[in-house]
Structure formats: structure tokens, C-alpha cells
Design a protein around this ligand. Structure first.
Ligand code: NAP
Length: 285
């Protein structure tokens, strides 16, 4: 039996591998990676490395064994058809008769188009008949705290979310929940709505950032159209990505990412990381 993590060299995947290393022997962990060099540190610690790509089904041939527990970390290649990519991993896991197939999904309340891939992947998982665990991850604190340079330069947090609130948590919290599911009992065919314990507004976020940085930082609430214009213009983002981010803000304004149901802290056995802590970590980096 192995605990197999795809996307292991991504931000979330690295946290999951670190969390697993604290709980199980390294040779029980398999990191699935595209680039073996990026996983050299894991290999040096005894983690098994498998090289595979969601775009190349044959790279998953024979990768999983009966009884494995698998975590499929959703891909980030929006333009390549993520549902088809995820099906490649699912089909291989189903063929191998794995014991558990966990998937990092999106909140059930999210209507932004970004959620469609997750909804369709969940449907494929249910249809396949594998024993599953759906980890519907809410928003990462780091979605905001990793973008501080332009905010600190302009002294403004520009978003199109109005007074909407975000119940975000740190990536490390979501990773700890995945580790709990992969190493614990009783998660078969469970669906978890994972989110932070506290929801915050962008006005509160700007105020906290101002307090910690010693600057006057305002929340500049703009329309979705103005926001996508700023992202494609000044920030240089591709139009499809800007449209996705604009839609997410519209969802935030509607309260779709504000639920604080407590599944995440219940799974990890500790409170989630407040946004203020992630701001502090980013400012001190
Ligand atoms: P990330 O750092 O971008 O990691 C994505 C991982 O997917 C990387 O390890 C990448 O491999 C792997 N991957 C991408 N395409 C692949 C392919 N064709 N074959 C095999 N592996 C592939 O993202 P993250 O922060 O860890 O988040 C994990 C996932 O959550 C993201 O991919 C995205 O679906 C979703 N997400 C959620 C939020 C949220 O707030 N909840 C925010 C952003 C993204 P390499 O290491 O080789 O690049």
C-alpha cells in the first residue's frame, strides 16, 4: 500500500508530502511529479517518486496498486481541459482498484465558471464507482498574501467583491485536512466543505494590511468590468484568466465563499490560520 499524491511539487502538494512525512514512513509515500528534478529533496528523504503527466495517459499505466490511497490534486492548465486530465488519473486508479480516491475540489456553493471543471470531475468520480473523498477546498489565504508588492506600492487593495466576505485558510490547513483523510479512518465516500473558521471582507483585509505594514491602505471596490480591465491592462494578465478572477469576485460578493461550516478545523483538530497570520508571514518573508 502506498499513499500517492499527484501535483506533489506544487504549493499544496509540497505541504501534503511534508505532513505525510510526519505521520507515515517515507517509503509508504509516492510523489507523482512531472519533473523529477523538482522532487529531488523528497527522493533524498526516501519518498518514492513516479513521473507522470495528466496529458499522457500511458504515464499512469501501472502507477497505482490495489489498496493505494490516492490524492488527485486538481491541475492548473485551464486551457487543456482539466476534466479530461483528471479522468486520466481516475481511470488508472479505478483500473488498479485503489482503496480511496481523494480529490481537491471547489466549494459546493461556488457558481463561478471556475467551478465547472470541479463539478464535472466530481461527477466522473461518482460515476466511476471508486471509493472517494471529496475535499472541497475553499480559498487560500495565499491567493491574496502572495500578491502584496503591487498592493503595498499603490496603497490600495483593488477587488470587485463589494462587501463580500471570504472564509479563507492557509494552504497548509487544507494540506493538513488531506493528510488527515489519507491517514485516518472513516472518510469513505465523504464530502467535506473546507473553509476558514472566520470570514473577512476586503475592507477588513486592507485595514489589517495597513496596520501590519504601517501604511494607509484603502479598499478600492470596483466593478467586475473595471477589475478585469485593470488585470488585463496594468497587471498584464491574459484575458481568460482575468475573466475567471472577475467571476470569482462576483461570487464572493454574493457570499459564495463565506461559509464557515467548520469541516476544515474539525478534520485537522486545530483552528485554521487567520488571514492576519498569513499577512504577517508574507510581510516577514
Ligand atoms: P500549484 O502550485 O499551481 O500546483 C499545481 C500542481 O499541479 C503542480 O504540482 C503541477 O506540476 C501539477 N500539474 C499541473 N498540470 C499537470 C499535468 N498536466 N500533469 C501532472 N501534474 C500537473 O497549485 P496549488 O497552489 O498547489 O493548488 C493546487 C490546485 O488547487 C491547483 O492546481 C488548482 O487546481 C487549485 N487552486 C485552488 C486555489 C484555492 O484558492 N482553493 C487557488 C489556486 C489553485 P508541476 O509541479 O510540475 O508544475
Amino acid at each position: 500500500m502506498s499513499i500517492v499524491i499527484t501535483g506533489a511539487t506544487g504549493h499544496l502538494g509540497r505541504h501534503v508530502i511534508e505532513g505525510l512525512l510526519e505521520k507515515v514512513p517515507a517509503d509508504l509515500i509516492t510523489a507523482v511529479v512531472r519533473n523529477e528534478d523538482k522532487a529531488a529533496d523528497f527522493a533524498a528523504r526516501g519518498v518514492r517518486i513516479a513521473v507522470a503527466d495528466y496529458n499522457t495517459p500511458e504515464t499512469f499505466d501501472g502507477l497505482f496498486k490495489a489498496g493505494d490511497k490516492v490524492l488527485l490534486i486538481s491541475g492548473n492548465e485551464f486551457h487543456k481541459g482539466r476534466v479530461g486530465q483528471h479522468r486520466v488519473v481516475l481511470d488508472a486508479a479505478k483500473a488498479a482498484d485503489v482503496a480511496l480516491f481523494a480529490y481537491t475540489s471547489a466549494p459546493g456553493s461556488l457558481t463561478a465558471a471556475l467551478a465547472d471543471d470541479h463539478r464535472n470531475t466530481e461527477a466522473a468520480i461518482l460515476e466511476s464507482g471508486v471509493t472517494y473523498a471529496l475535499l472541497r477546498n475553499g480559498w487560500y489565504n495565499e491567493n491574496y498574501t502572495e500578491q502584496l508588492a503591487p498592493v503595498l506600492q499603490s496603497n490600495s487593495v483593488t477587488q470587485a467583491a463589494g462587501e463580500g466576505r471570504v472564509a479563507s485558510a492557509a494552504r497548509a490547513d487544507y494540506a493538513a485536512a488531506a493528510v488527515a483523510v489519507l491517514t485516518g479512518e472513516g472518510h469513505e465516500n465523504a464530502t467535506y466543505e473546507l473553509s476558514g473558521d472566520t470570514a473577512w471582507s476586503f475592507a477588513e483585509y486592507a485595514a489589517e494590511l495597513g496596520r501590519q505594514s504601517g501604511k494607509e491602505i484603502a479598499y478600492n471596490a470596483v466593478s467586475v468590468e473595471a477589475y478585469t480591465g485593470i488585470l488585463t491592462g496594468h497587471a498584464g494578465l491574459p484575458a481568460p484568466l482575468a475573466a475567471i478572477l472577475g467571476e470569482v469576485d462576483r461570487s464572493i460578493e454574493k457570499g459564495e465563499l463565506a461559509a464557515t461550516g467548520g469541516d476544515l478545523s474539525r478534520l485537522t483538530g486545530r483552528p485554521t490560520t487567520p488571514i492576519a497570520d498569513s499577512i504577517a508571514a508574507a510581510l516577514n518573508r
